[in-house]
Write a protein that binds this ligand. Sequence first.
Ligand code: CU
Ligand code: ZN
Length: 172
Amino acid sequence: MNSAFLSTFFALLVSCSIAFAGDTTKAVAVLHPTTGSNVAGTVTFTMASDQIKVVADITGLTPGKHGFHIHEFGDCSAPDAKSAGGHFNPTNHQHGAPDAADRHAGDLGNIEADASGKAHLELTDKAMKLSGSDSIVGHAVIVHEKADDLKTQPTGDAGGRVACGVIGIAKP
Ligand code: CU
Ligand code: ZN
């Protein structure tokens, strides 16, 4: 083995490990209730090829649909979670349904609670990213009091905020 081959080999090895170290492959948000709410839960975001798989398990809801979004700021400090700002919208789109071409990156539609107030959601999404400048990491997941109508600008008319959680990097 000549030394030119070896140095190329090691240079490749180093660049590969740097690329992998910079890419987040899993993120998690633990949702806490806002004042007067009992809504809590966990949302995970996992890279699956070019998409992100979202799995949410939430309790303490009123039965039916509730708006479910990523909001701009990873700040759940206000009692009503208004500190999380509006919908996460790094590409300057209109509010819409998760499967619409024109939607905020943070528009995940609705979660639907059963009669016991529990909701389980699994979806895959192409608009969200876990790495780079438009990454969802550091922003917040919000669950709303009412259903997102998927058309009213810029909020979907989903009413107050019943739970908030900051999205952090998870162990892959
Ligand atoms: Cu929202
Ligand atoms: Zn939106």
